[in-house]
Design a protein around this ligand. Structure first.
Ligand code: KG4
Ligand code: ZN
Length: 345
C-alpha cells in the first residue's frame, strides 16, 4: 500500500505545503512566496514573514491536498520544518502541523531544513541512493556534507562567516539589485569576463573543507568603492562574473578534494545557490574530468519548498523518527540533530 506524506515548510519567506506518494513522487508542491513583499525592505523582515505565514499556511495546505487529489484521511504522516530558520516563521508551520496532528492523530515528523534541501536530490533523481557528497549552499548555510546513509550525515566543513547566498545577496545589493540578489548576479555574470578581476579565494589549502566569504565580500566592495571614487567606469558584468567565479572556484575545488579524499564518486548540490548556472556548469565539468556522477535538483526544488521536506520526512518515518506534540521551533540546530521526541527544552 502506498504511503502519503503531507509536508509543511515556513522557515523563511516561502509558505509551502506538499503531498508526496512513497517518498519520491511529488503529487503537489504549493509555494506561496513573499519575495515581492520583502523586496522593498532589501531583505526578509522576520515579523512581516511570520504574519504572512499565518495568513497563508491553511490555504496552502488545502491547495496541496486538493492538487494531490487526497484528503487528510489519506495522509500517513505530517512532516514539518522545525529548524533552522526564523523562529517566528518556523513556529507557524510547527503550530499548524501540531494542530493537524493533534486533531487527526496523524503522526508528526520533525524535519531539519538543510536535510530537506539535500533530500531534494532524491526527488529530482529517482535512481540516486546514498552514499554521496552534497555541497549545501543556501542563504544561511554553506557546507560539504557526507551523506553516508539516509539517516547518517557527516559535515566535513562549513563556513566560518558568511554563507555563499548571503555573499551573493550582499554584493547584489550594493550593485543595486533587488532582494534576493543571487539570481541577478547569476544572469549578469553570464555576460561578463570571469578573469577580468582577480578577487581572493580564502582557505584554499588541501584538506581544508571550511569556507570564508567575508574577505571576498570586502574585496568586491573595496573594488567598487575605489572605482567610483576615482570616477572610473565599472564594468558590472565583469564584476559579477569575477565575483561569482571566486565563489564557484572555492566551492568546486573543495568538493572535488573532499570526494577524492573519501573515494566518493557521487556529487549532489543542495540549497538556493545550487540554482546558480555558473556553479552547476563548473561542478558538472569537474565531475566529468574526475569521473564522478553529478546530480542536481530542478530550480523549483533547489529553493525553499515543502516537497523536499516531505521526502526527508518519508525516510525519517520509515526509520521510526516521529515527534511528540512538544516539538518546538529551533532557529539554530545542527544537521543530523536528534529532534524526534523533542521536549522543547
Ligand atoms: O535555500 P534558500 O531558498 O533559502 C535558505 O534556506 O537560505 O536559498 C536562498 C538563497 C538566496 O541567498 C538567493 O540569493 C540564493 O539562494 N540564490 C542564488 C540563485 N538563486 C537563489 N544565488 C546565486 N545564483 C542563483 N541563481
Ligand atoms: Zn532553504
Amino acid at each position: 500500500m502506498s504511503v502519503y506524506t503531507l509536508a509543511l515548510e515556513s522557515s523563511c519567506d516561502e509558505t509551502s505545503a506538499a503531498v508526496l506518494k512513497d517518498g519520491r513522487t511529488v503529487l503537489s508542491n504549493v509555494i506561496s512566496s513573499q519575495v515581492p513583499i520583502h523586496r522593498k525592505f532589501g531583505g526578509v523582515v522576520p515579523e512581516i514573514a511570520s504574519r504572512h505565514h499565518i495568513e497563508q499556511v491553511i490555504p496552502v495546505i488545502d491547495q496541496a491536498l486538493s492538487d494531490a487529489g487526497v484528503t487528510l484521511q489519506d495522509i500517513d504522516h505530517i512532516g514539518v520544518t522545525y529548524g533552522p530558520g526564523l523562529v517566528g516563521a518556523l513556529l507557524v508551520g510547527v503550530a499548524a502541523a501540531k494542530g493537524l496532528s493533534f486533531a487527526t492523530g496523524i503522526p508528526l515528523v520533525p524535519v531539519h531544513h538543510m536535510e530537506g534541501h539535500i533530500f531534494a536530490n532524491f526527488l529530482a533523481n529517482p535512481e540516486l541512493e546514498p552514499p554521496f557528497l552534497s555541497l549545501v549552499v543556501s542563504g544561511g548555510h554553506t557546507m560539504i556534507v557526507h551523506v553516508k546513509d539516509y539517516e547518517e550525515f557527516e559535515i566535513l566543513g562549513q563556513t566560518r562567516d558568511d554563507a555563499a547566498g548571503e555573499a551573493f545577496d550582499k554584493i547584489a545589493r550594493v550593485m543595486g539589485f533587488p532582494y534576493p540578489g543571487g539570481p541577478h548576479i547569476d544572469k549578469l555574470a553570464a555576460m561578463g569576463n570571469p578573469e577580468a578581476i582577480d578577487f581572493p579565494r580564502a582557505l584554499n589549502e588541501e584538506g581544508n573543507y571550511e569556507f570564508s566569504f567575508s574577505g571576498l565580500k570586502s574585496a568586491v566592495l573595496n573594488y567598487l568603492n575605489s572605482k567610483s571614487q576615482k570616477g572610473e567606469i565599472i564594468n558590472e558584468a565583469d564584476v559579477a562574473a569575477s565575483f561569482q567565479k571566486a565563489i564557484v572556484d572555492v566551492l568546486v575545488e573543495k568538493t572535488r578534494n573532499a570526494a577524492r579524499a573519501l573515494g566518493e564518486t557521487k556529487i549532489t548540490i543542495a540549497g538556493g545557490v545550487s540554482a546558480n548556472k555558473g556553479l552547476q556548469q563548473a561542478l558538472q565539468h569537474m565531475c566529468e574530468i574526475e569521473g564522478f556522477t553529478y546530480y542536481q535538483p530542478s530550480s523549483i526544488l533547489s529553493t525553499d519548498n515543502a516537497a523536499m521536506i516531505g521526502c526527508r520526512a518519508y525516510y525519517m518515518a520509515q526509520a521510526g523518527k516521529f515527534s511528540d506534540l512538544h516539538l518546538n521551533a529551533k532557529p539554530s540546530v545542527p544537521i543530523g540533530a536528534v529532534a524526534w521526541g523533542d521536549t522543547s527544552k
